[in-house]
Design a protein around this ligand. Structure first.
Ligand code: NAD
Length: 396
């Protein structure tokens, strides 16, 4: 079987789907590996190191001939135009946010496999869980970014020129990214408090040396598949109001709350930002085109409020650490590829929960249950649980 690695289409994407170590692993499993010339350049991986690992370096047009095409993000329109029926495309295709892409790939007859739909609670899916590997990197980078932006120290410092008190950091949402942000902020010496609607994360938070914040106004809100459920309008309002006082007492807030398939919940309102002290920093990891966890934050943009709060709409954080992010992603994507192969070929088994969870199109149709219903309705945003698209947050 022949697999190909493309140069990523998005201009600000620095990651690459395979690193040389993963190429060697696939070669050992008897796969032929093509790498589009320059694919690893932005992660400091030159064509030569791929060739040394056993890959064949090819010009852009030639990758389209492979049996499976591996990428980090979404394929370009030029690539889709060159695909042929029966080929497979693996990537973080974000079909829930962009169902139209799933429809285009289905129309091209392509078997599209989206790593962001991996059922994260299946233990055998862990080596393939690219959302977690990339969220780990993003959580680390969010804390480092906050520390670099904050005009004071994170650790307690006692010097001849005076004593600096440690920064007080609040992390909202303690999934993968949040836990890594806690660990990183703690390692930098900050005093960390963290909050999540899933109280079962309390033990993990405390094991990292942070204090778990419990709100009186909002009860546990665990949902399906290890995720939180969307809050009701009353719960959401009560949560925002109670959080405001806590936010005001912190120097740095990092938000990571999400409910898959929903608009990110707003946890830091305009009033909460107003209540913060000048010089405070807020990093919104949930910032996206659909909104964010912080009122008014914009993806990829840093704004300063009238009262001197720096709000960072963090986007594309894993891409800012392309060497680490590519190495982890390469392990995820090659593990998934090998898992879906039998006797040297892709042998997709949709009776397997893991494989059924990631295949979004096959034989000309969108087949993923979370997408099939919305395939004819491009602007709609699908709910992975198959329910009605909804918002979990204030109007944006
Ligand atoms: P995750 O699903 O593991 O964690 C999200 C957490 O948010 C869960 O623990 C959930 O219980 C919690 N949550 C949901 N609703 C909440 C609410 N109303 N109040 C408090 N907590 C709530 O997700 P993750 O992989 O850790 O990713 C976290 C966020 O970071 C997501 O928005 C993701 O898109 C984003 N992310 C951003 C970047 C970037 O570059 N900026 C990179 C990776 C991930």
């Amino acid at each position: 079987m022949k697999v190909a690695v493309v140069k990523e289409a998005a201009p600000d994407e620095r990651r690459v789907a395979l690193v040389p170590e993963a190429v060697a692993k696939l070669r050992a499993a008897d796969l032929e590996v093509l790498v589009e010339s320059g694919a690893g350049d932005r992660a400091w991986l030159a064509d030569g190191v791929y060739a040394k690992a056993g890959a064949t370096i090819v010009p852009a047009g030639e990758v389209a001939g492979a049996d499976a095409i591996l990428m980090v993000g979404q394929p370009s329109e030029q690539l889709i135009a060159r695909l042929r029926p029966g080929q497979a495309v693996f990537g973080l295709l974000a079909p829930l946010a962009d169902p139209a892409l799933a429809a285009r790939l289905a129309a091209a007859g392509v078997t599209a496999v989206s790593l962001d739909l991996i059922p994260r609670t299946l233990p055998r899916a862990q080596p393939m869980d690219a959302l977690s590997s990339q969220a780990n990197i993003a959580g680390y980078k969010a804390a480092v970014l906050a520390a670099a932006t904050f005009g004071r120290f994170f650790p307690l410092l006692i010097t001849a020129a005076g004593t600096a008190r440690p920064a007080k950091v609040l992390i909202l949402g303690t999934g993968v990214a949040g836990l890594q942000a806690i660990g990183t902020a703690r390692r930098l010496g900050a005093v960390v408090t963290a909050y999540d609607v899933r109280p079962e994360t309390k033990t993990e938070v405390e094991s990292l040396g942070a204090t778990f914040l419990e709100l009186a106004a909002v009860g546990p809100a665990a949902g399906d598949g290890g995720y939180a459920r969307a809050l009701t309008e009353d719960e959401r309002q009560a949560q925002q109001e109670e959080l405001t006082g806590h936010i005001a007492r912190h120097d740095v807030v990092i938000t990571t709350a999400q409910v898959p398939g929903r608009r990110p919940p707003v946890l830091v309102t305009a009033d909460a930002l107003k209540a913060m002290v000048a010089g405070s920093v807020v990093v919104d990891m949930g910032a996206s085109d659909l909104g964010g966890n912080v009122d008014g934050s914009l993806p990829g943009q840093t704004v300063t409020t009238e009262n001197g709060i720096t709000v960072i709409g963090a986007g594309g954080l894993p891409s800012t650490m392309p060497a680490a992010a590519s190495a982890m992603y390469a392990r995820n994507i090659s593990a998934l590829l090998l898992y879906m192969m039998k006797d040297g070929k892709l042998a997709i088994d949709l009776s397997d929960e893991l494989q059924a969870g990631v295949v979004i199109s096959r034989d000309g149709s969108v087949i993923h249950p979370a997408l099939a219903a919305s395939a004819d309705d491009e602007p709609a945003r699908a709910d992975p649980a198959g329910g009605t698209p909804d918002v979990n947050g204030a109007a944006h």
